[in-house]
Write a new protein. Structure first.
Lengths: 116, 114
């Protein structure tokens, strides 16, 4: 069964460093998302991406964050200068579409980011 | 502001003891309500989508129902392997551009004791 994959599974970085989290969405899906989950808290929406551009972003997704689809399969989240409070699980998700019958989002296993 | 509230926060059941989890929501322009299962340290696993009040979906021991204000996830004769956190999420219209965002609840942590 097709699934969303993410690498790395765990990333440790120093405060102020740049990190890139990678995702391979399900191949026939057109919409891609990033979410984060701080330990013990709820899953929070960061950004959605369609047709090579951001379609929506939350207030969390500030200028330190960027997303890119560098090729036909990968979808990346870059954090330019990490802060301690960026420590969280980051989930990538994808869906076929936005509307009834196609808007189920399938999640990857996550990348645990630890900022020291 | 869209709100999703799940109750109870935690639930401990004996194996075979049926129960229900609740998800109440306040959104405008609901485009779908989703149930996910999340195991510790893992990503949410999709279970169901519900679109309209009165709709029901079933999968093995799980049954999800939807009204205009809440959804229930009924667990019939649970087994220890059903132990997980169950997340509810709603997708609703956002702004004037037709964009849709997903808002998650904080989840119900279910423990099923053998």
């Amino acid at each position: 069964e097709p699934e969303v994959t993410q690498t790395p599974s765990h990333q440790v970085t120093q405060m102020g460093q740049e990190v890139i989290l990678r995702c391979v969405p399900i191949s026939n899906h057109l919409y891609f998302y990033w979410y984060r989950q701080i330990l013990g808290q709820k899953v929070e929406f960061l950004v959605s991406f369609y047709n090579n551009e951001i379609s929506e972003k939350s207030e969390i997704f500030d200028d330190q964050f960027s997303v890119e689809r560098p090729d036909g399969s990968n979808f990346t989240l870059k954090i330019r200068s990490t802060k301690l409070e960026d420590s969280a699980m980051y989930f990538c998700a994808s869906s076929v579409g936005l509307y009834r019958g196609s808007n189920e989002q399938f999640f990857g296993p996550g990348t645990r980011l630890t900022v020291l | 502001e869209d709100q999703v509230t799940q109750s109870p926060e935690a639930l401990r059941l004996q194996e075979g003891e049926s129960s229900s989890l609740n998800c109440s929501y306040t959104v405008s322009g609901l485009r779908g309500l989703f149930w996910y299962r999340q195991d510790p340290g893992k990503g949410p696993e999709f279970l169901f989508t519900l679109y309209s009040a009165g709709e029901e979906k079933e999968k093995e021991r799980l049954k999800a129902t939807l009204t205009k204000k809440e959804s229930f996830l009924h667990i019939t004769a649970p087994k220890p392997e059903d132990s997980a956190t169950y997340l509810c999420a709603v997708q609703a219209l956002f702004g004037s551009g037709g964009y849709q965002k997903v808002t998650f609840g904080t989840g119900t942590k279910l423990q099923v004791i053998p």
